[in-house]
Write a protein that binds this ligand. Sequence first.
Ligand SMILES: O=P(O)(O)OC[C@H]1O[C@H](O[C@H]2O[C@H](CO)[C@@H](O)[C@H](O)[C@H]2O)[C@H](O)[C@@H](O)[C@@H]1O
Length: 480
Amino acid sequence: MYCFPIQQPAEEGLFKPADPFCEAVNPITILENNQEKSDQRILYRLILESLCLMDCSPCSNIEKTLKRLVEICSISMDLKSTKASPVLTDPSPINNSMLGLHSSLFPYSQSGPSFSMSTLSIPRRKPGKLDDVRSNGWLDAMKSSSPPRKKVLKDFNNVELSLDDGEIAYRSWMIKYPSALNSFQLIMDRAKNRKIVMFLDYDGTLSPIVDDPDRAFMSADMRSAVKNVAKYFPTAIISGRNRDKVFELVGLTELYYAGSHGMDIMFPARETASPDHLNCVKSTDLQGKEVNLFQPASEFLPMIDEVFRALVEITKGIKGAKVENHKFCASVHYRNVDEIVWPLIAQYVHDTLKDYPRLRLTHGRKVLEVRPMIDWDKGKAVEFLLESLGYSNNNDVLPIYIGDDRTDEDAFKLLRKGNRGYGILVSGVPKESNAFFSLGDTSEVKEFLESLVRMKQHDAKILEISTGPSAYNTNSSYFN
Ligand SMILES: O=P(O)(O)OC[C@H]1O[C@H](O[C@H]2O[C@H](CO)[C@@H](O)[C@H](O)[C@H]2O)[C@H](O)[C@@H](O)[C@@H]1O
């Protein structure tokens, strides 16, 4: 039996209509309790409710708003005609009535691609109660994942409004997490007589967030900035993606790569791996060079493969859902899934994980990430690389980590602890973070990397003038 319990949306703090008879907001309840009342009254209530769910600011797209309104109303009127019960019992395949119920149960913002009912078929497995994903906080995390870009408010004459609440909040946030560009000199002062070691996340840091994960390319300028940085500073990319995939996207052999949130690290064989780390083996890279491979979750390889296939199967009927296999973790993307279906996708992942008690879930930007339950994360990966590459002495080294995601917070935390280095959060909206500094977007990341290079080139010139041309070594040979 499919069980979609009725929930009072007001509990989520998202639906607070001013209208007095908006207390009972669930259309099913409304329809059941008001059979005797007129269609207009019901319609009026649904319109009020629907408007509350939509962006009604002067900048709204009226056509979209009305289309959405008609969609919600027609689904809900259909509900009335079928006299649906508050608890649905195994209606396979999903029909309009059921979707009508969804649309009113989960009344958060209604953005995203339009939802086609014909494309949703019920996978064989039956989901548990949606209460699971609500009570464990998954839904809240999904709703807050990847907040929208900072909105520039405009009035009716298209004139930008100065200092709205959002702007004030953003500015006070910037006091807590100052711009790494504005604080560049401060960072350089701290880096004096220390070697900067750069750690970079990929998605949202080097490449802008896009709808299709396979098309998250970095620009040629960004590639050149990263390449130049790596000439002067040891540089590693630590990504949630499959290591080979991130290498394919970045395409620079000068860097160190860690995939699967640091559970798959490759570094040159001449560097000594910490003897404590048993999972370090010799291997060869794509160019045939001997390398060290550290894979602390190697025993999970078959399990991740299995859960990946299970997740593909269970989500295959959900339009826009995409599952990626990163070797030591798997991602379920819901960026292109209609928000109405998010609870269902969360429930499916939740149900699948019940069969895998040794796997856990973390949240990324509109992505649910399934990973082994081992004490390893991007922070541990940073520590491992620093140690393995011989940069663990805090007095000689200044690690800088730039990232945009929740999974980057582990690295920020590590660097903040003991004032070891600097975490820089890439975000255009206020977010609580363990980072020290912030950058607004990927173009600011590029600017920051270019500033580092300029600063190093400037130092090199001064040194060259005073001591002769060969005195200054770049970092370009460290990978040889
Ligand atoms: O650690 P990262 O390098 O930041 O990787 C984290 C996830 O990045 C990718 O997803 C994110 O970027 C996509 C492309 O812009 C976007 O469509 C998606 O919504 C984001 O979550 C990648 O596809 C995931 O598998 C990574 O876990």
